[in-house]
Design a protein around this ligand. Structure first.
Ligand code: TXA
Ligand code: MG
Length: 330
């Protein structure tokens, strides 16, 4: 298949919308990461998403909407907490899990009785969703297991020739995926941390929310089971920022014949070792994280990342790094 590269003009947006309604896959930008869109009302289109990504079919998809009214078309019940979140926080880098209506097929939800719904904030995502005019399923537009793409070129690296079109927009401003908030039960649960923090959610809901992101916990969000965000080369994670420890670890790998790189905040203190700046602020770290992994995996054969968290937002970055490191923390 020859993938079309579409731009943000009326003509191409209309074409992107038409392709979605015809059952094709179109990748598009959101403020978090690029998504791989399909018509949520077309079962065979949704199923082809799993094939293009190589995604296990028991990992459900998020349905994207541009208008709050669409949420009521796909959610069976919208309780008072969900209503508050919809009214006060959306659109946002936030996904809510609610009981599903029958119009949402089991292949979207992997057989669960709930559906994940997101209304993205970025103007580009909303323009695309409006052009599609149907609810759109969209996982991150990467091959399953790989770091999520934050530019259209990275989508192309993974999916060129496998999907009908890529809508080429801006690099993603947030850089990590949406917060997933389960509002289908008695107690609000954060299944995946993101830029919308537990404090922000608690301040509008006025009740405590529980963060359940440890893969050993009961698996509410099937996606957390799988290998994720993995660069092609091994990545180890340090949370101490101890320059001597990191330097020694680097030197040990060098002596074994590896070509390592340090992914750290302050690159000035490691002499002539290979270094890359992870970012000067948490916002920058999140924005560049997946892109850094995709650049470094092609130049080095070992990534030593160092990051520590003092805020809830930084916790969500740390969550991605721990999973990129496949729990290998030094
Ligand atoms: O920022 C984002 O959320 C991006 C952009 C494209 O919107 N999308 C994204 O999709 O990250 P994906 O498929 O990579 O991650 C979806 C996550 C998975 O962890 C999945 O298990 C969870 O949402 N999920 C989907 N439906 C669910 C449901 N009914 N209950 C619990 N978790 C669900
Ligand atoms: Mg993903």
């Amino acid at each position: 298949m020859k993938t079309k590269y579409l731009q943000f003009n009326d003509n191409d947006l209309n074409e992107a919308g038409r392709l979605i309604r015809q059952g094709e896959l179109v990748a598009f930008p959101t403020e978090t990461v690029y998504g791989l869109g399909a018509n949520a009302l077309d079962v065979s289109a949704v199923k082809s998403t799993y094939v293009a990504k190589g995604r296990p079919s028991d990992n459900p998809l998020i349905v994207h909407v541009y208008d709050k009214k669409q949420i009521y078309d796909i959610a069976r019940t919208v309780n008072v907490y969900a209503e508050t979140i919809i009214n006060e926080l959306m659109p946002a880098s936030l996904t809510v899990v609610l009981p599903k209506k029958a119009v949402i097929d089991d292949c979207i939800t992997a057989g669960l009785d709930t559906v994940a719904i997101r209304m993205p904030e970025s103007a580009e995502a909303r323009a695309f969703l409006q052009a599609a005019a149907v609810p759109v399923t969209a996982p991150s537009a990467n091959l399953s297991g790989r770091p999520s793409p934050t530019t259209w070129r990275r989508v192309s690296d993974d999916l060129d020739g496998k999907i009908a079109a890529i809508l080429c927009g801006q690099p993603c401003k947030v850089g990590i995926e949406s917060t997933v908030l389960d509002l289908s039960g008695e107690q609000p649960l954060i299944l995946r941390p993101g830029v919308v923090t537990p404090d922000q959610i608690e301040s509008v809901l006025k009740i405590p929310v529980k963060v359940v992101t440890n893969p050993k916990d009961k698996v509410n969000s099937p996606g957390v089971r799988y290998k994720h965000y993995a660069p092609k080369v091994p990545l180890v994670l340090d949370t101490s920022g101890d320059v001597k420890k990191l330097s020694d670890y680097y030197d040990g790998l060098s002596e074994q014949g590896f070509k390592p790189v340090l992914l750290v905040e302050d690159t000035s203190v490691y002499g002539n070792r290979s270094v890359c700046c992870i970012g000067r602020t948490d916002v920058e770290v999140a924005q560049n994280l997946f892109e850094n992994l995709r650049v470094l995996e092609n130049k080095y054969d070992y990534i030593i990342a160092s990051f520590s968290s003092k805020t809830q937002f930084a916790d969500s970055i740390l969550n991605r790094l721990i999973r990129s490191a496949a729990q290998h923390i030094i």
